[in-house]
Design a protein around this ligand. Structure first.
Ligand code: T1G
Ligand code: NAD
Length: 686
């Protein structure tokens, strides 16, 4: 970490260099404070440009320091010191000025940036609020509305939008430092504007706060930080600077130690670790410039849309011309839907479709770099399709399967150059869900595996490497979730109560509502295949519902009834009767929301531990990412494995033992017992 000073006449250029993202470590804070003292004492210096080396301006406080006691100099003091400097400071921004980095820039008298820069206060995404004056200085610079939007969403603003919003004083095309030095010289020739601390805030009417509190609360759901951030901006608008700064700091320190902040920090680092698995360091992925998707159904159309959204040309292959038209229609409805919702313009929707070639002729695949099959979940159908691909595609083309449950090894048996094959498991809707399970076979080469991770970065997805097992990581745990949900019904629970408990825990919907949305038939296929393999999947009630073609919303009824054209789940007497029959002879108990949640969550964690134990997942945090980005597990809980660790693995083991002794779950597995002894999963896996 260095802070260097170079003088250009009367302008001093302070350059920060603390790779990878110039985070505000203790050493950097001290370095900047020393620079401020030194430059104030130097009469030859009339103004200071603050710039950063590397790919970005200061990207915030060092999140890695959050778990430790705060060390001086504290960031608010550094920002205040820059703000009261005798010479004006000009922040020269490239890359991302985020969090504490933008707060330092708000301490400067001026801010200039390159057009590609972005500025923001994303702290709420880490379960905290800005802690160095962001919620107090920002409304003084850009008004309350902009401040509220930025601190309660955490969304950054790009250079030009930031200029329009008054967050930066000038956009610099070309050499940023030269432009900033020139800007500083010109600013010295004009009266200096007040420091932000001395500027007034136009306080909005009461009605603004009432309306805004409703909007922010609805968006935040159970996340605490956004409403706290809103309260900080309100305090800044309604009280003096010092009072507001103290309120913000108090709020920041209270949230920093909160379970939600710990969970969101865990996810922050897990997501970053997931994109660059250590086992692939230095491995060059294949370059993917052209793609194809086989099958234009629910998943194929979504995957083609995701590839098009990333700018890749797509060949969409279907069984025959009629199916090609249907596949293209599925795709067109995705883009038209996005245009209707204003996500993209009609022009972009048309451009997206223009990059798709629909055909039943496999010759169109002769020179494609990556081909992903999303045909029926049937081994013979998939083997036939992949066999044909192996014949018509280039020998170095990457071939992939989107299977949910089938064994990729078996799908690829006998193909030429099997090292080019892997599983790329998207989640429905594939153009929306962030998760991509990447499933290598024994033969998959490191370069092809790296290509899967590179594709995830291109598609802005969260990649997780999963080993081959029935359902990989996500669906394997989903089977346990569903089995536990059924055990609750057999022991006195109801679909409505179970779903309500899981929504109260923070999931967007309960296990029964989710099955009705996705369709009970997909899992029924999977259970049929499992039974054919001699396994005994546990779904006595779902089996009976499928037997009477209650597949969920798509058939007008599943675990619930649905009025035609409606998605509102209504309790079903038919289902209640089937539950009562199946539950006869099972001991009943009174379930409250937390015991229902535990009866589902802890067995999920137990299965997660098994998945770690047999190497299907490399890290507990990978399992957390799978459940968060593929199954709606609440991010602010950190994922099931983090939540279990935060709750105390001893407690989890005891609860599982109690459930097991009541025949309501499997006993804790070996790895979970060991993790409980060591207090964490990472302790076991090291
Ligand atoms: N602290 C520590 N490490 C960080 C970091 C940070 N703030 N930001 C990134 N890293 C690490 C990251 O873990 C990874 O490490 C490497 O840098 C590259 O990151 C008082 C308290 C800046 C847009 O929330 O959004 O300030 O895996 O892969 O895609 O109010 O990183 O290589 O070992 O993400 O180019 C507020 C968080 C903090 C910004 C760059 N700031 N960072 O994206 O690279 S709270 C943030 C980002 C705060 C004050 C409060 C992105 C980025 P490794 P990367 P990228
Ligand atoms: P779907 O029935 O909606 O679509 C399958 C498509 O494949 C159909 O359009 C069919 O015409 C086409 N097809 C079948 N045989 C073909 C062939 N030989 N050549 C070209 N096209 C052919 O099914 P789906 O839900 O999109 O599932 C597709 C795959 O994705 C399955 O393996 C499934 O397990 C997996 N998957 C599904 C989901 C989901 O939620 N639906 C999620 C993840 C993965």
């Amino acid at each position: 970490m260095t802070v260097s000073i170079e003088q250009q006449g009367e302008i001093a250029v302070v350059t920060v260099d603390n790779p990878p993202v110039n985070a505000l470590s203790q050493a950097l804070r001290q370095g900047l404070l020393d620079a401020a003292e030194r430059l104030d004492a130097d009469p030859s210096v009339k103004a200071v440009v603050l710039a950063c080396a590397g790919r970005t301006f200061i990207a915030g406080a060092d999140v890695g320091e959050f778990g430790k006691p705060p060390q001086p100099p504290h960031l608010p003091d550094l920002v205040a010191r820059v703000e009261r400097a005798a010479k004006p400071w000009v922040a020269a921004i490239h890359g991302s000025a985020l969090g504490g980095g933008f707060e330092v820039a708000l301490g400067c008298r001026f801010r200039v940036a390159v057009p590609s820069a972005n500025v923001g206060l994303p702290e709420v995404r880490l379960g905290i609020v800005p802690g160095a004056g962001g919620t107090v200085r920002l409304p003084r610079l850009a008004g309350v509305e902009t401040a509220v939007d930025m601190v309660t969403t955490g969304a950054p603003l790009g250079g030009l939008k930031a200029r329009e919003a008054g967050l930066i004083d000038a956009v610099i095309d070309g050499d940023l430092i030269a432009g900033a030095v020139q800007f500083s010289r010109e600013a010295l020739g004009r009266p200096l504007p007040d420091a932000l601390r001395d500027r007034p805030v136009a306080a909005p009417a009461e009605a603004f706060w009432e309306a805004t509190e409703k909007t922010v609360a609805a968006r935040a759901k159970r996340e605490e930080a956004p409403m706290k951030a809103l309260a900080c901006v309100r305090r800044a608008a309604e009280t003096d600077f010092e009072t507001a700064i103290a309120f913000e700091r108090e709020t920041f320190l209270a949230l920093r130690g909160s379970p939600q902040a710990a969970a969101l920090r865990h996810v922050f680092f897990a997501e970053r670790a997931a994109t660059r698995p250590p086992e692939l360091a230095g491995v060059q992925p294949h370059r993917i410039k052209s793609t194809a998707v086989i099958g234009g159904g629910t998943m194929g159309a979504g995957m083609a849309a995701a590839l098009r959204d990333a700018g890749l040309p797509v060949v969409l292959i279907e069984r025959d011309d009629a199916q090609v038209e249907r596949g293209l229609a599925n795709l067109r409805s995705i883009f038209d839907g996005a245009a209707k919702r204003g996500r993209i313009s009609a022009g972009v929707a048309a451009e997206r479709m223009a990059g798709v070639t629909g055909t039943a002729d496999h010759a169109a695949l002769a020179d494609v770099d990556l081909v992903i099959e999303a045909v029926f979940e049937d081994l013979d159908v998939k083997r036939d399709v992949v066999g044909r691909l192996s014949a018509v595609c280039r020998d170095d083309a990457v071939l992939a399967t989107n299977t949910s449950y089938l064994d990729p090894e078996r799908i690829a048996e006998g193909i030429g150059n099997p090292g080019r094959f892997l599983g790329l498991h998207f989640f429905s809707p594939a153009h929306v869900m962030k998760l991509l399970e990447i499933v290598p076979t024994q033969a998959t080469t490191p370069e092809v595996l790296a290509t899967g991770f590179a594709l995830a970065r291109t598609l802005n997805k969260v990649p997780v490497r999963a080993g081959i097992s029935d359902g990989f990581i996500g669906n394997r745990i989903l089977k346990v979730t569903r089995a536990q949900a059924e055990r609750l019904l057999l022991s006195g629970g109801t679909p409505t109560a179970v779903d309500a408990a899981m929504r109260a825990f923070g999931l967007p919907m309960g296990p029964f509502e989710a099955q009705d949305l996705g369709g009970l038939d997909i899992a029924a296929f999977q259970r049929k295949a499992a039974r054919a393999r001699g396994e005994t999947p546990f779904a006595p009630i779902a089996d009976r519902l499928c037997a009477i073609e209650r597949f969920g919303q798509k058939s007008g009824g599943g675990w619930y009834n649905y009025e035609p054209g409606e998605r509102t789940p209504r309790p079903s007497e038919t289902v209640a009767a089937i539950i009562a029959e199946e539950a006869a002879g099972f001991p009943h108990r009174d379930w409250d929301e937390s015991s229902i949640a535990e009866c589902i969550l802890w067995p999920m964690v137990n299965e997660g531990a098994r998945i770690l134990g047999d190497g299907t997942a490399l890290r507990a945090s990978d399992i957390d990412l799978v459940k968060i980005h593929g199954y709606g597990f609440p991010r602010w809980r950190g994922g099931p494995m983090h939540y279990a660790e935060a709750s105390g693995l001893d407690k989890v083991v005891d609860a599982l033992r109690a459930l097991a002794s009541a025949g309501l779950a499997d006993p804790p597995c070996e790895l979970l017992l060991e993790a409980a002894r060591r207090g964490s999963f990472s302790g076991v896996l090291r």
